[in-house]
Design a protein around this ligand. Sequence first.
Ligand SMILES: CC(C)(COP(=O)(O)OP(=O)(O)OC[C@H]1O[C@@H](n2cnc3c(N)ncnc32)[C@H](O)[C@@H]1OP(=O)(O)O)[C@@H](O)C(=O)NCCC(=O)NCCS
Length: 188
Amino acid sequence: MTDFAYKPTLTGELVELRPVTEDDYPALQEAMDDPEVVKLTASRGEIGEEAARTWYRTRGEQTDRLDLVIVDRTSGEVVGEAVLNDWSPEDESCNFRIFIGPKGRGRGLGTEATRLIVGYGIEELGLYRIDLGVYSFNPRAQRAYEKAGFVVEGVKRQALKWDGERYDEIVMAVLAPEWKAAALRSEA
Ligand SMILES: CC(C)(COP(=O)(O)OP(=O)(O)OC[C@H]1O[C@@H](n2cnc3c(N)ncnc32)[C@H](O)[C@@H]1OP(=O)(O)O)[C@@H](O)C(=O)NCCC(=O)NCCS
């Protein structure tokens, strides 16, 4: 068992997840500038280049979260990020979030990245619960999360107000026993 201070590289067939560095700023900013990413993650305003660079530069020092970039193994390019945050040590739980820019979407990278970081969180960090929020207008993300083992727990009704419209936020989570049972099944 390890802890959040250690920053792993996780390698799958399609993606490699590795610790984010300041040098990843241009690729991540490009992905985040995509209008779909802006809406689907409900991003409200940019923090500016200097603050963003400082943010990425300091992720390696954090002992309560894990920020990994998603590298498309076909091109070697950074296409997005996958993060475990909002850790609650008492509950052995945390939140998960992910985004992938236009260059990396719709080819299975998101599903594999989700499986890799969730597997690491449960099997190596000893987390019992990983949860997330996904907006009702994002069925692609919901599908990717379901494929990676998340189940719908409920709905935060009309939680998001975006461009004057209100939208539901769906809460999904995966629990360690479910994950382990599914992982064992897929090995059999
Ligand atoms: C969400 C995200 C990580 C998913 O990663 P991805 O690599 O694009 O997704 P995958 O290719 O692994 O899987 C997508 C699945 O959704 C399905 N899908 C795509 N569009 C869909 C739609 N409109 N309705 C339902 N399912 C859809 C795909 O067919 C695929 O399922 P399948 O393999 O059973 O056919 C990525 O699209 C992304 O970052 N999008 C922008 C930001 C975002 O939405 N972040 C999440 C916020 S909660």
